[in-house]
Design a protein around this ligand. Structure first.
Ligand code: LLP
Length: 415
């Protein structure tokens, strides 16, 4: 399923030509298809069938209020990693009772806000964090529902920067310590043990590491049961990959069916998942315009108006994003380096792309719905891109383009 298709040699999002959006809102802009997000959410929902489950969308992948609101209306829960993301979920109409709070460094302030909002669960990542959470909950006369995030030490076979479940990573509690810390949690008066959690990495393209992690979690769950510790839910994290280029990740249905099968002897435990990329990755593009073409004896450059500050993934992870011209034309193709205006050699969106280009052409940087806008910055005092959500033939501006005044609004020259 793709919402981005050519009709009469023009690239459309749902029923709207991308060129029409550029004409109205300018470039660069992020464009999201609500049908694509809905379709991914429903694929998760249907695959679970009768299994007791909760989908907690990982807000960090794309935290625009319109995206969160769409998912909230579909019934989604949320996985947050900061007080800021909590505030976004609440603002967008998300249900705190379907919200879990992950992350290695929750501050006391963030714990207070999440306790006040009555979230579903804290995914606690260290003994010290557990003790702090107990203390804060005590001060507020609250009981904190808690899972321990356990590091299962499995190799997710993904980019080292986005692999999180190896024993040398900073995430989670080492499996060997889990029982001791659960026993401690059981003793703490303002902690209620709710679940067991893991997350092994992102952009996984095989099912085996997920299953290996699930089995390790179930082994631990069994040992906890013998200690009379009740685990109400098993949170298996996020991480399902999407197709950027030639990858062949499992489908959402294959992935969920495999998780359900792996856990079928534990129907009492509600299954939680925290998908981010697989929900929104292929539901968005970054639309950019060619400023200049520059041909040298060595290289052809297409300098576009989007840059590493808009989409950091190519620079940071050498990530591949397909790049398509919004107008298909019969002209000679050349091998292009697609680069932005930022003053860094690492500022590129794609290397060696075969395209037939002319000045002012529009290019769609594909699969940019996840970790695109949410990782953007203002480097080089570049106002951040506008965000647009399309629904059939309706076009909604869901974040206005920043102005330069926005960027220095908080700054002061000392008198
Ligand atoms: N749960 C936890 C605890 C996480 O740390 C993450 C992502 C997710 C869920 C969602 O994972 P997903 O389903 O999206 O793979 N910026 C990188 C990705 C970083 C992922 C961080 N954690 C990128 O652009 O590839």
């Amino acid at each position: 399923f793709s919402s981005f298709n050519y009709r009469n040699n023009q690239l459309y999002v749902e029923d709207v030509p991308l060129a029409a959006i550029a004409a109205e809102f300018g470039t660069p802009c992020y464009i999201y298809s609500s049908a694509a997000i809905r379709s991914a959410y429903q694929a998760f929902e249907h695959a679970f069938g009768q299994r007791n489950h909760l989908i907690c969308y990982a807000v960090k992948a794309n935290s625009n209020l319109a995206v969160l609101n769409l998912l909230a209306r579909l019934g989604s829960g949320f996985d947050i990693v900061s007080g800021g993301e909590l505030q976004r979920v609440l603002k967008a109409g998300g249900d705190p009772q379907k919200t879990v709070f992950s992350g290695v460094g929750k501050t006391r302030e963030e714990m207070r806000a999440a306790l006040a909002a009555n979230i579903l669960c804290f995914n606690v990542e260290s003994e010290m964090e557990l003790i702090t959470l107990n203390e804060i909950a005590g001060q507020m006369k609250k009981i904190a529902p808690t899972s321990l995030r356990v590091n299962p030490d499995v190799d997710a076979n993904t980019h080292p920067y986005i692999s999180t479940g190896l024993k040398e990573n900073k995430f989670g509690i080492p499996a060997a310590e889990a029982e001791r810390i659960y026993a401690l949690a059981q003793q703490l008066p303002n902690i209620r043990i709710a679940g067991l959690d893991c997350h092994i990495g992102s952009q996984l393209t095989e099912i085996e590491p997920f299953i290996e992690a699930a089995h390790k979690m179930l082994d631990l769950l069994k040992r906890l049961q013998t200690m009379h510790i009740t685990i109400e839910h098993l949170d298996l994290g996020g991480g399902l990959g999407v197709r950027y280029d030639q990858e062949t990740p499992p489908t959402i249905t294959e992935y969920i069916k495999a998780l359900c099968t792996a856990t079928e002897d534990y129907p009492q435990q509600q299954l939680l998942i925290e998908p981010g990329r697989s929900m929104v990755g292929n539901a968005g593009i970054l639309l950019t315009q060619v400023c200049y073409l520059k041909h040298s004896p060595y290289r052809n450059f297409a300098i576009v108006d989007a840059a590493m500050n808009d989409l950091l993934r190519p620079t940071l992870y050498q990530a591949y994003h397909a790049i398509q011209s919004t107008t298909k034309r019969d002209a000679e193709e050349k091998l292009y380096q697609i680069v932005g205006p930022v003053c860094e050699t690492g500022d590129f969106l794609g290397h060696d792309r075969r395209l037939a280009l002319a000045k002012d052409d529009l290019l769609a940087i594909m699969s940019a719905g996840a970790y695109g806008m949410s990782m953007s910055s203002n480097y080089n005092t570049r106002p951040r891109a506008a965000e647009i959500m399309v629904e059939g033939d309706a076009v909604h501006l869901v974040r206005a383009r920043e102005t330069v005044e926005d960027l220095y609004a908080l700054e002061k020259i000392p008198s």
